[in-house]
Design a binder for this molecule. Sequence first.
Ligand code: SRM
Ligand code: SF4
Length: 556
Amino acid sequence: MSSYPSDFERVKGESRNLRGTIAESLRDPVTGAIADDDTKLIKFHGSYQQDDRDLREERRRQKLEPAYSFMLRARLPGGVVTPAQWLTFDALARDYANGSLRITSRQTFQWHGIIKRNLKATIAAIDRAMATTIAACGDIARNVVSTAQPIEPAAHTLAYSWAARLSEHLEPKTRAYHEIWLDGEPLQGPVEHEPLYGPTYLPRKFKIGIAIPPLNDVDVFSQDLGIIAIIEHGELLGFNIAIGGGMGATHGDPSTYPRLGDVIGFVVPEQLLAVAEAVIAVQRDWGDRVERKHARLKYTIDHHGLPAFKAEVESRLGFALAPTRPYRFDHNGDRFGWAQGHDGRWHLTLHIDSGRLADVGTQRWLSGLRELAQIHAGDFRLTCNQNLIVAGVAADQRDRIDAIVADHELDTYRRHSAVRLHALACVALPTCGLAMAEAERYLPDFVTRLDALLDRYALRNVPIHLRLSGCPNGCSRPYLGEIALVGRAPGRYDLRLGADIRGQRLNRIYRVNVDEAAIFDALDPLLANYAKERSAHEDFGDFLHRTGVLLDAVVA
Ligand code: SRM
Ligand code: SF4
């Protein structure tokens, strides 16, 4: 009998620091897949084995193995990409992936549809571009996100540099990645020491985000470890620390739930790495290693109680956290179009539907951004709302960039309704193995119909935050949407309403397992009332909350 508490723990524990048999699996020419245990380990290298769900049934009928391919996710702290990296990533999308680059809700890139024999070449090219995919997925601290909008350049640079430091500091120490993907020397002798993670890494994924108030574009309270920068007169004083945020849940299982992080105190910058390590170490030791469903930090905290968890963190640190400093958020979305930073440089935020960059008809987004990357002297910033900032533009370059943007129809931010600009949708079908309903592919149609309803009540320019997820795992952070659809089955969703646009209040279920017609039946009177009765500058979620609509919300 295995001495490990679960099969997943066994796979990690026996993997010799994430090596497993991935190298052998990649060499096996008989199948497009890798060995079952390796599918768990390869996540720690930034990849998921997937199969095209649109083709599943047909291939099964033809007695073919599923159309296996791999999704690859980069680790890009703070979502910053140089033009040279952009050009590499774009070439990989066309040469090895499905012709698209996907900006994720954690401000990085994913490539979909890479077949097994091209995976190594893709990762090697990413490495040559001075980027990595290590620990972009898996039970480990992942890509560290931070506020993307560089309006206050000094503050942004600071937040970004902390995101980069944390991200690098928390990378695993194993050389497995170099051996498997970059032709590094095979391990001789015992495996490396993983000082923070140990041989079985963490019980579950661990996410970190840094927000610079008043912007909460990273949804800091949805992070396992949320870090709120406290900046006064351009000087970074330190960070408030929030712990225990998380979105994922399982339908019909009340022991799983979305949760907002609790702010537990303040630390000065020099203490940040130690605090992150201490929180991670307590989660490593106290987290549930038997039941993955209950293994995230939020459950560990609720199981032990916040005071006990905080006390343990402080005891390992050897000092107490200082009292929380005041802060105020006003928005968790992006602001579109040109904005000038305090240093005089310009930043252009483009709206990218669900973060998907591809050439589709006359909308040649991938080509347009390639052309732009060839002349751009600043950098690119991916946002946690799946959008893109062309950052650090000199005033005399604006016209040229505007022309490229318009030529390739990347200027949808000038035309789309406010609800569409602020909408997020997760990938869902056809690549996500967990999707119960469409999300990214459904968003354009859903929003077109919603726009028509909004037009009826003259609400087209009111920024209502909409989020769609194909299942309750919540990859578009739907529990923080003013309106959210959470997939149940093909064409059926839970309708959730009433989060705020500051990312500080979860929404609630309003209709369970309903189709589109029922969703619009439910929304119509609410939007009509909102148009008539809202007070000045009152957001939709706040209005629903104030008027008590959500109190007896669940109507099956
Ligand atoms: Fe996610 C699993 C896509 C952000 C919660 N997520 C998945 C997988 C890998 C499906 C799987 O396990 O087989 C999806 C791959 C789909 C595909 O084909 O690409 C997937 N998640 C995504 C992305 C690409 C959604 C997007 O459309 O942008 C986001 C990639 C982020 C990144 O760059 O790292 C993504 N996922 C999130 C977020 C949002 C966030 O972190 O800000 C969440 C909610 C926050 C949280 O973690 O609590 C999220 N994803 C999950 C969960 C539920 C975790 C839980 O605690 O219950 C799963 C399922 C799991 O881990 O078992 C999941
Ligand atoms: Fe897949 Fe569900 Fe995440 Fe959407 S929310 S990408 S359907 S796991």
